[in-house]
Write a protein that binds this ligand. Structure first.
Ligand code: KG4
Ligand code: ZN
Length: 338
């Protein structure tokens, strides 16, 4: 059963349980194709703090315990009942398989029970479409997904066609923020902690060598910065200067590679999304770069359910067949398809 482009607003429920956030959102797809976020509720799991990383089995259990309540909150925020929904989308990958299964099965069951179409969504496509409520996105454009697990640069050639043109060769950008915050005692999650400390630090206080300046491609690297930060910390560099200097070089690296790709491929627009896209210094640098930089709205940068509903809306708008009732959860699922 396919969800037709609607004559009246179609309400789509989106679910993401790919990692340690239980996210449920509601998006309205208007007859003209515009999208609007009506609700976005997230339960961020704290049980992992004691372990210094996400414990997959604990994440799955916590999703099972929370998902009903998070969905009720989302419906309440949107001011609707479950019978008002016209379609359901849930992340099928990539992510932790046990965690993914919770949201995926919940979404499938809900859609089956209500007799409405179900769409299995790709987590990274969700991150990209998180920006769809902010501006008209007409391919071709570049999409930079910078999160705790990904630093991927895509050329979105046509609607639904993704060419991976660059990626990190080692650590993800967010991972570097998290690890450097940890080693300098700034706390967790590292991104916001570094951003906060950086306000009081000197961005020239610690010298970092910009990564991969010699390449002609579009890859990224963050592990050298992590090692340099560790050495600077051991040599007595203050946390605030370290934060400000690392943030400055990380933003410069992300922007320079993206600008080169935009120049070479003749792209004018770049969507910057994922947790690290919440970073204010990064937003300002991309905003002043001459590219048309589009960012997700508040609460849509880090993992959430609304972005999955937005990916579902894009699939419906593009006339894609619903699918996924037979799809399983996949830990490894590359988005690149051209
Ligand atoms: O997209 P996300 O919620 O999860 C993944 O799919 O990985 O991204 C989380 C990452 C974390 O590494 C976190 O430190 C980073 O995004 N992050 C930030 C900021 N807010 C979150 N990094 C830099 N600046 C921020 N303001
Ligand atoms: Zn993510």
């Amino acid at each position: 059963m396919k969800a037709e482009p609607p004559n009246e607003p179609l309400l789509i429920l989106g679910i993401d349980t790919s990692c340690d956030d239980t996210g449920v959102g509601v998006v309205a797809l208007q007859p003209g194709g515009q999208v609007e976020v009506r609700a976005n509720r997230i339960w961020s799991q704290t049980v992992h703090a004691a372990y210094g990383g996400v414990m997959p089995e604990l994440a799955s259990r916590e999703h099972v315990e929370r998902i009903d309540a998070v969905m009720q909150d989302a419906l309440e925020e949107a001011g609707i009942g479950v019978a008002d929904l016209g379609a359901v989308a849930a992340t099928s990958g990539p992510g932790l398989v046990g965690a993914l299964l919770v949201g995926l099965m919940y979404g499938k069951g809900l859609a089956q029970g209500l007799g409405i179409p179900f769409y299995a969504a790709h987590h990274l496509e969700g991150h990209i479409f998180a920006a769809a409520g902010e501006a008209e996105l007409q391919p071709p454009y570049l999409a930079l997904v910078v999160s705790g697990g990904h630093t991927h640069l895509f050329d979105v050639v046509r609607e639904g066609e993704y060419r991976l043109i660059g990626a990190t060769r080692d650590d993800a950008a967010g991972e570097a923020f998290d690890k450097i915050a940890r080693l300098s005692g700034l706390g967790y999650p590292g991104g916001p902690a570094i951003a906060e400390a950086a306000r009081r630090g000197n961005p020239k206080g610690v010298t970092f060598k910009e990564p991969m300046t010699g390449q002609s491609g579009y890859d990224f690297s963050f592990s050298g910065l992590k090692t340099a930060a560790l050495l600077a910390h051991r040599a007595g560099a203050g946390g605030e200067d370290l934060a400000a200097s690392f943030q400055a070089v990380a933003v410069k690296h992300l922007l320079k590679v993206t600008l080169r790709a935009a120049h070479d491929l003749g792209r004018r627009t770049v969507v910057v999304s994922g947790g690290v896209a919440a970073n204010q210094a990064l937003r300002e640098a991309f905003g002043a770069s001459g590219l048309r930089a589009v960012f997700p709205g508040k609460g849509l940068n880090t993992d959430n359910g609304a972005m999955i509903a937005l990916a579902g809306a894009a699939a419906i708008r593009a006339g894609r067949e619903p699918g996924g009732l037979a799809d399983g959860a996949t830990a490894y699922a590359p988005l690149a398809n051209v």
